[in-house]
Write a protein that binds this ligand. Structure first.
Ligand code: SAM
Ligand code: DTB
Ligand code: SF4
Length: 367
């Protein structure tokens, strides 16, 4: 993943961000065309596989247990429902599915086993599979990679300086370590930020500088506008002007010419013209479907109409990297074998009981 060596210093990045808007968009569009097909925009879908009840205190997040929001807590979705939702997203044009869990970190338990199975199944549908599950250790990252995970999303959210104003329950460094673990396993990295949380332009540049300091910047950089949700500490935050989204997309595009810049949360507050400028400035992906994780997003039909008007085409899967192969997972195989043995033992016990003359008691209902 290349970086643009003309913009490595904070001052140069700030000057770029503050350029006259149309000059900035023109420069970004020129870079975009050199590295990407400007007609293609990837449609990706989000699926909240475990919702709410999160122990963390991210100030923007409606899924944190400590804030009183309208989010209904839901345990992990079952694998069949995930497959059904993935097929639906694919039928609606999505070539990538991002599964999100409101976890602080991944734990090595039955839920993680199910996530591994979800990754295998969705990858076998021919979609790029992304997961965002919180902190991840190296071993867990390797297990996901083997299952066929294409990308791991873990946002730095903002600059290291502003981060502490928004989150206190984990450190910036812990986020960097999770990204590093995904990298070590050979999973592509999706990491970006949120604007409109009360940060300064300097903080937005600080986020990009964090990615510039990495040995390899993320393949995918989502730019979110804060969705201010009632009950969260940021509920009264003034909505960001769409010009700021356009600037942030454009600067990200110029600085990381090979990465996919994702126009993520916040599109319901943008006009089609505003979004068009983001695509011109290099946004190469959107989330489609009427829900992000827990908050509203434009309907499929609305986005299809926008694509028609703007002459955009949905990008197909695995254009930027080959499809991972889903390999068998030892723990899943062991669990399945244990279940099979248990069922067989139960069946045998039943047959033996019947053969020895045991008759199950018949219950008559009493009304
Ligand atoms: N729990 C995991 C974690 O935090 O890494 C994964 C799920 S979390 C909801 C994924 C990302 O969604 C966050 O890092 C944040 O950038 C983004 N996000 C959450 N709430 C948001 C909001 N209200 N507005 C914009 N982006 C939001
Ligand atoms: C990302 O940067 N944005 C997406 C995805 N990665 C996981 C999540 C946006 C969530 C918006 C708030 C919600 O719907 O709960
Ligand atoms: Fe939990 Fe993730 Fe929300 Fe933070 S952003 S509260 S870690 S779900």
């Amino acid at each position: 993943m290349k970086v643009n060596t003309n913009y490595l210093r904070r001052d140069d990045l700030l000057a770029l961000y503050n350029k006259p808007l149309l000059e900035l968009v023109f420069e970004a569009a020129s870079v975009h065309r050199q590295y990407h097909n400007p007609q293609e925009v990837q449609m990706a879908s989000l699926l909240s596989i475990k919702t709410g009840g999160c122990p963390e205190d991210c100030g923007y997040c409606p899924q944190a247990a400590r804030y009183h929001t309208d989010v209904n807590v839901q345990k992990l979705m079952n694998v069949d429902t995930v497959i059904e939702q993935a097929k639906n997203a694919k039928a609606n044009g999505s070539s990538r599915l991002c599964m999100g869990a409101a976890w602080r970190e991944v734990r090595d338990n039955k839920d993680f086993d199910s996530v591994v199975e979800m990754v295998q199944e969705v990858n076998n549908l021919g979609m790029e599979v992304c997961c965002t599950l919180g902190m991840l250790n190296e071993e867990q990252a390797f297990r996901l990679k083997k299952a066929g995970l294409f990308a791991y999303n873990h946002n730095l959210d903002s600059s290291p300086e502003f981060y502490g104003d928004i989150i206190s329950t984990r450190e910036y460094q812990e986020r960097l370590s999770t990204i590093e673990n995904a990298r070590k396993a050979g999973i592509t990295v999706c990491s970006g930020g949120i604007i409109g949380m009360g940060e300064t332009v300097d903080d937005r540049i600080g986020l990009l500088l964090s990615y510039l300091q990495m040995e390899k910047p993320p393949e995918s950089i989502p730019i979110n506008a804060l969705v201010a949700v009632e009950g969260t500490p940021l509920e009264n935050q003034k909505p960001i002007e769409q010009w700021e989204m356009i600037r942030m997309v454009a600067v990200t595009r110029i600085v990381f010419p090979e990465s996919v810049v994702r126009l993520s949360a916040g599109r319901t507050k943008m006009s089609m013209e505003g979004q068009a400028l983001c695509f011109l400035a290099g946004a190469g992906s959107i989330f489609t479907g009427d829900k992000l994780l827990t908050t509203p997003n434009p309907e499929y039909n609305e986005d299809r109409e926008m694509f028609d008007i703007l002459g955009l085409v949905p990008k197909i899967a695995f254009q930027d990297a080959p499809q991972p192969i889903s390999e068998p997972d030892e723990i899943l195989l062991k669990n399945k074998e244990e279940l099979r043995l248990r069922d067989a033992a139960l069946k045998l016990a039943n047959e033996e009981a019947i053969a020895s003359g045991f008759e199950p008691r018949k219950f008559t209902s009493v009304n």
